[in-house]
Design a protein around this ligand. Structure first.
Ligand code: R2B
Ligand code: URA
Length: 310
C-alpha cells in the first residue's frame, strides 16, 4: 500500500505552521503519556514548558545533545560557557532532552526503531504544546562515499539501501511506504551557512539510510559477511552513481515522519571516514570529537541567522 503524496487540502492544512498528527485518536485522549520521555499531558504543562520551541535538533547520543545545547546557548547569548542544563527527561534513561530559549535538543539513540519511537513522542509533544513554525534538524555522524573524512553532508534526499527515496514499514502486517522528502529551502539555507562559515568541506547529496552498521552498510569487518571487497566496492560505487554521498541509520524515517506531520526537516551529518577506503573508524578520539562538532557549528549558525531574521 503506497501512501500518496499530500493532496492540495493536506498541503493547505500543513502550511499553517502547526504540527499535524496523522492520527485522529490523539485528540480524543484524556491523558497522553509520553512514556519514553517520562512526560504526560496530565502531569506536565506542555504548552508552558515547550510552547516557545522553534528549533528542534535531534542526534544519537545524549552527551552530544547536551553539548549542543551548551554550545547553542552561548552562540545565541542565552547562557555562559560551561553552564549546566538539566535533562528534562531525567525520569527515564531512554532519551535525553535539553532546552534553551527556542531550541530543544533531543537524543534518539541508534537506528530506525529507536528514532521512530522518539519521533512519535516528540511530534505529539510539539502538538500538545501547540508549537508553531518549528524546524527540525538531525545532526549526526555517517560514513562518507568519496569524500574527505570530516566533510559535512547536507541531505538532499534520504534513500533506502536500494537508493529509493522511500521509507517502508510493516503496519498491521502490510507494507506501508512513505516518501522521504526533505525541505529544499532548508537545504539551501544550510548550504549558504556552510559557505559563510567556510570552516570545513560541505556538500549537498543523498544520504543512504540502512538497517545496520555492518552488513547493512557493506562492511567487511562485522561478525558476519557474505560478500567480497569487490562486491562492496561495486555497491558503494553504484550508490555514489545514484547521488549518495553518505550512509547512516535514521534519515529515512526522520524525513518521512516530519514530512507527514507538516514539519520542515533537514539532515546534517559529518562523515567519519571514506568508505571507499575502509570500514574501521580509526581516527584519534580528538579528531573524531572535532568532526562531531561540525554539524553543531553549522546548525548553530543557521539558528542564529534565522533568529536574526536574515
Ligand atoms: C550514525 O552513527 C550511528 C552508528 O555508529 C548511527 O546512529 C548513525 O546513523
Ligand atoms: N555512522 C554510520 O552509520 N556509518 C558510518 O560509517 C559511520 C557512522
Amino acid at each position: 500500500m503506497a501512501v500518496p503524496g499530500a493532496s492540495a487540502e493536506e498541503h493547505e492544512r500543513h502550511s499553517d505552521g502547526f504540527v499535524h498528527l496523522c492520527n485522529p485518536n490523539i485528540a480524543a485522549m484524556k491523558e497522553d503519556i509520553l512514556y519514553h520521555f517520562s512526560l504526560s499531558t496530565r502531569t506536565h504543562d506542555l504548552p508552558a514548558m515547550f510552547g516557545d520551541v522553534k528549533f528542534v535538533c535531534v542526534g544519537g547520543s545524549p552527551s552530544r545533545m547536551k553539548s549542543f545545547i551548551q554550545y547553542v546557548a552561548v552562540e545565541l547569548g542565552l547562557g555562559r560557557p560551561g553552564e549546566d542544563y538539566p535533562n528534562i527527561c531525567s525520569g527515564t534513561d531512554r532519551y535525553a532532552m535539553f532546552k534553551v530559549g527556542p531550541v530543544l535538543s533531543v537524543s534518539h539513540g541508534m537506528g530506525i526503531p529507536s528514532i521512530a519511537i522518539m519521533l512519535h513522542e516528540l511530534l505529539k509533544l510539539l502538538f500538545h504544546a501547540r508549537c508553531s513554525g518549528v524546524t527540525v534538524i538531525r545532526i549526526g555522524t555517517s560514513g562518507g562515499i568519496g569524500l574527505e573524512p570530516g566533510s559535512v553532508v547536507i541531505t538532499r534526499q534520504a534513500v533506502d539501501a536500494c537508493f529509493r527515496p522511500e521509507f517502508e514499514q510493516l503496519v498491521l502486517g502490510k507494507r506501508v511506504t512513505r516518501s522521504t522528502d526533505l525541505d529544499a529551502r532548508l537545504v539551501g539555507e544550510l548550504a549558504q551557512c556552510a559557505a559563510d562559515l567556510n570552516e570545513f568541506p560541505t556538500v549537498v547529496g543523498n544520504t543512504m539510510c540502512t538497517l545496520d552498521f555492518y552488513e547493512g552498510q557493506g562492511r567487511l569487518d562485522g561478525a558476519l559477511c557474505c560478500y567480497t571487497e569487490q562486491d562492496k566496492q561495486e555497491y558503494l560505487r553504484a550508490a555514489h552513481e545514484a547521488g549518495v554521498r553518505n550512509i547512516e541509520m535514521e534519515s529515512s524515517v526522520f524525513a518521512a515522519m516530519c514530512s507527514a506531520c507538516g514539519l520542515p526537516a533537514a539532515v546534517v551529518c559529518v562523515t567519519l571516514l571514506n568508505r571507499l577506503q575502509g570500514d574501521q573508524i580509526g581516527s584519534p578520539h580528538e579528531v573524531l570529537a572535532e568532526y562531531q562538532q561540525r554539524p553543531q557549528r553549522l546548525v548553530g549558525c543557521f539558528i542564529k541567522k534565522r533568529l536574526a531574521g536574515a
